[in-house]
Design a protein around this ligand. Structure first.
Ligand code: 9PG
Length: 506
């Protein structure tokens, strides 16, 4: 019997197990084996000992996946800088299994018990050999607790996230992205040649990534784009594609005009200096204080300008920086500040512009973004041997592992596992690994690539064209088993976290 006390201490029946629980209020039964629990701290005691725990990463790049609770936690080892950029560093637990917003444990019969937040407030879920727990920085929404078959329970959680925070169903179509071939070395002639090469291929979007802007923070064309971004968008459109552009609108480099001229518009850290929001481009970068009226005006003006140039697909990157803890003009919780900022951007661009979030907090982005990157960057190689303790290091394996553990988010927004390589030149991926990336993109329902046509052999062009033209039916048959049309794809042999965290310092 569940008692209706303000602070709850009792037992929750989940099928053939009943878990002792303390919570911020009484659970409310939604169905036979599912409950809503008031936001705040919740702890349940479970009898499963060496269970597996599903750990969910905070932002696009953060590690997600299953780990046995008697193994070392799945997290970023060995680099504070990486942790700050690629996970929720504030709530990292080096010696305990925990993750962001949602977690789950497996039961001896193969079913799972999931605990997932339906609000903001940087909720955290963790487990030990005897407990499953949740905590939040701020009370918001409720917890969803359920027991059942893994795929069903995760799908139901996603459905409730969509109910509470919203969902979007626009499709990006097939995307060509410049990053994984040209990186920052973009210029107008290269774009023209590349677009010429892509003409006639069944892409819907040609998206220019990092490399066009004056500085991160100063979103005007640099000297390599002398005719400007409106002419560049026009060039892409004339070839029959929707024009896409990358921006990191919530951060600024220290030497950007934005940071130099208006340091008062940056989130502040301790000691009266701007908060360091992460490290990339050879140094630290700062976060914009989106609660400041002048930053709101700046974002409105920026997005009107970019859409005015003719870009209708925007990849917005490094967004987590808008949800870091720091001193802001208005005292709103960090995840709420983030959500208010992206709502303002959506409001400015309107419903017809496709917004892809990258480096974005996963759950707080529901309802605003059309698509979200759900893993770290792919690379044209499998393993990242330079950073063995970092499951967010660039590489095909890390991108695949994180992405496949977020396939359940597909009902909230499009899930982007990053690009597929079709080229064999300038790539160290073997055919099996290449095919795996293709299958994962098909399963997650987001098809993008970065290969310029000039880098592809004729048979690779035909493979690419066939894949882009195909509309497959995908059914999940097990945790790592999917059916793509008539073909069964078993990803389990590739699920291998070979990082040896015990040998790497925190
Ligand atoms: C452009 C790139 C591409 C890419 C994005 C993002 O954790 N990190 O330090 C980190 C740095 C860069 C990064 C991802 C993670 O790449 O994912 O697709 O747009 O920016 O600079």
């Amino acid at each position: 019997m569940l008692t209706d006390l303000a602070k709850f201490s009792g037992v929750v029946p989940l099928g053939d197990v009943s878990l002792p629980m303390v919570a911020n209020g009484a659970p409310h039964a939604l169905g036979e084996r599912e409950f809503l629990i008031p936001s705040g701290d919740v702890t349940m005691v479970h009898p499963f000992e060496t269970t597996e725990f599903f750990r969910h990463g905070w932002n696009s790049w953060s590690p997600s996946g299953w780990r046995r609770v008697d193994d070392a936690p799945l997290r970023i080892y060995g680099s504070e800088q990486r942790l700050l950029t690629a996970d929720d560093a504030r709530n990292d637990t080096p010696h305990a299994h925990s993750g962001s917003a949602v977690g789950a444990i497996t039961l001896p019969d193969g079913e799972v018990i999931l605990l997932g937040a339906l609000g903001l407030g940087a909720p955290r879920v963790g487990a030990t050999g005897t407990t499953l727990w949740g905590t939040t920085e701020e009370l918001d929404g409720e917890w969803y607790l359920a027991r059942g078959p893994e795929t069903e329970v995760f799908a139901r959680y996603a459905e409730l996230v969509a109910d509470r925070l919203g969902s979007r169903t626009s499709s990006a179509g097939r995307v060509w992205c410049s990053w994984y071939s040209f990186y920052e070395d973009l210029d107008e002639n290269l774009v023209r040649d590349t677009v010429d090469g892509l003409a006639g291929l069944p892409f819907d979007v040609v998206q220019l990534d990092d490399g066009w802007e004056r500085s991160v923070g100063d979103w005007e064309a640099n000297d390599r784009f002398p005719t400007g971004m409106a002419a560049t968008a026009q060039l892409i459109q004339s070839a029959g594609f929707r024009a896409g552009l990358w921006l990191a609108p919530l951060i600024a480099l220290p030497d950007s005009a934005f940071a130099l001229e208006r340091p008062d518009l940056l989130v502040q850290g301790l000691h009266g200096r701007p908060l360091v929001a992460g490290y990339n481009w050879g140094g630290p970068y700062y976060a914009l204080d989106t609660t400041h009226e002048e930053v709101k005006a700046h974002l409105r003006e920026l997005f009107r300008r970019v859409v005015g140039w003719g870009f209708t697909y925007l990849k917005l990157d490094f967004l987590y920086a808008g949800a870091l803890e720091g001193l802001r003009n208005a005292p709103v919780h960090r995840e709420q500040a983030y959500r208010d900022a992206i709502d303002l951007i959506r409001d400015t661009v309107g419903d017809d512009v496709y917004l892809l979030g990258c480096g974005a907090p996963i759950i707080p982005s529901a309802g605003t973004f059309d698509g979200i990157r759900v893993g770290p960057d792919v690379g044209a190689y499998w393993e990242n041997s330079e950073r063995p303790g970092d499951p967010t290091g660039v590489g095909a394996k890390n991108a695949f592992l994180a992405s496949i553990h977020r396939a359940w988010l597909r009902s909230v927004y499009e899930t982007d596992p990053d690009v597929v390589y079709f080229r064999r030149r300038r790539s160290l991926l073997d055919d099996e690994q290449r095919q795996l990336l293709e299958d994962v993109a098909t399963i997650l329902g987001f098809k993008s690539t970065s290969d310029p046509a000039a880098w592809l052999a004729p048979d690779e062009i035909s493979d690419l064209r066939r894949w882009l033209e195909r509309a497959e039916t995908v059914t999940q048959r097990g945790r790592y088993v999917f059916q793509i049309d008539d073909r069964i794809v078993d990803l389990a042999p590739f699920v291998d976290y070979s990082a040896p965290p015990s040998t790497i310092a925190n």
